[in-house]
Design a protein around this ligand. Structure first.
Ligand SMILES: [Zn+2]
Ligand SMILES: [Zn+2]
Length: 360
């Protein structure tokens, strides 16, 4: 018989879990493994709420096994390290993002692309090597192999820094890989949510000209005055779109609803790149001819490897980049999920775990 989550491992833990596809989260007792020789254990201080947490607690991707403790934008302070840990010590500020394991021997792993390892182990909701379930950051403590732990520089605020571990790296990695990181380049950012607002901040820090592309003009003032975008394009305004044709070196497309790609491809210069980081559920229409005429490319990107994630965090600390957040107490999480569903947040909820997660 399978052991209960409370008895599976020696270290007592508690957090909030969803028990069924209602997605409703409530207090949950479970356990974590003892600190192994390569492990870092830390007290969780903050955890961001990612849109994929919402999909997972409601089993919208059909892969959820309950109970599930979500959360993969986790930051805190190290409380214990294993005997063979070299990078961390007790008291260090650290973070864990979307993954806690990979094979370390495949072609992807050898290139620091653990995120594309076929055996990558997600931070929550899957089986770890020892057969126990991985639980995420909506919990009091976290443990991970040091390879998957990120060092958080002292000057980076932990609350606003937490969302960098998923939302930040998701947009930073494609900017680097697709070469859209050169001073003076013109970047379009489609959608101004958790991912989009991070893309604007990173691209601006890299010295790019940034145009936010949105379906409605509502966010124009916010995008330009607050986030520092250089221009704003309303995708429904054909005149505005017409004027911007052929002006962009690249576009980061964060939209996860079905939308038209053709007008976006039209905005690209010759050799321009349209990079998808959102994941619409249904296929999008892609005509080849507009790609041929201008040698344009449509690509994708998913989070980033550990080396690059550390590089991203260090870059963020250097340039004072954090996510715009609304800090919430643990018991607000179900309301936060409802609001997230309606995109009613600027731009990321972050749970104040240390001050509001109460043992029961
Ligand atoms: Zn995420
Ligand atoms: Zn691998």
């Amino acid at each position: 018989m399978a052991m209960s989550p409370e008895d599976e491992n020696p270290v007592k833990a508690f957090g909030w879990a969803a028990r069924d596809s209602s997605g409703h989260l409530s207090p949950f007792k479970f356990s974590r493994r003892a600190t192994g020789e390569k492990d870092v254990t830390f007290k969780v201080l903050y955890c961001g709420i990612c849109h994929s947490d919402l999909h997972n607690v409601k089993n919208e991707w059909g892969i959820t096994s309950y109970p599930i403790v979500p959360g993969h934008e986790i930051v805190g302070v190290v409380t214990e390290v294993g005997t063979k840990v070299t990078k961390f010590k007790v008291g260090d500020k650290v973070g864990v993002g979307c993954m806690v394991g990979s094979c370390h021997s495949c072609a992807n792993c050898k290139e620091d692309l653990e995120n594309y390892c076929p055996e990558m182990i997600l931070t929550y909701g899957v089986k770890y090597y020892d057969g126990t379930t991985t639980y995420g950051g909506y919990s009091d403590i976290m443990i991970s192999d040091e390879h998957f732990v990120i060092k958080i520089p002292n000057n980076l605020p932990l609350d606003g820094g937490a969302p960098l571990l998923c939302a930040g790296i998701t947009v930073y990695s494609p900017l680097k890989y697709y070469g859209l990181d050169k001073v003076g380049m013109h970047l379009g950012v489609v959608g101004l949510g958790g991912l989009g607002h991070m893309a604007v901040k990173f691209a601006k820090a890299m010295g790019l000209k940034v145009t936010v592309i949105s379906t409605s003009p509502n966010k124009k003032k916010e995008a330009m005055d607050h986030l520092g975008a250089d221009a704003f394009l309303v995708s429904r305004n054909t005149e505005e779109m017409e004027l911007a044709v052929g002006t962009m070196d690249g576009i980061i497309d964060t939209v996860s609803a079905v939308h038209a790609l053709l007008p976006l491809i039209g905005l690209l210069k010759t050799n321009g790149k349209l990079v998808m980081v959102g994941a619409p559920e249904k296929p999008l229409e892609l005509l080849a001819f507009p790609l041929l005429m201008g040698r344009k490319m449509v690509g994708g990107s998913g989070i980033g490897g550990m080396k690059e994630t550390q590089e991203m965090i260090d870059f963020a600390a250097k340039h004072n980049i954090v996510a715009d957040i609304e800090v919430i107490p643990m018991d607000y999480v179900n309301t936060a999920m409802e609001r997230l569903l309606k995109a009613d947040v600027k731009y990321r909820f972050v749970i104040d775990i240390a001050n509001s997660l109460k043992p029961f």
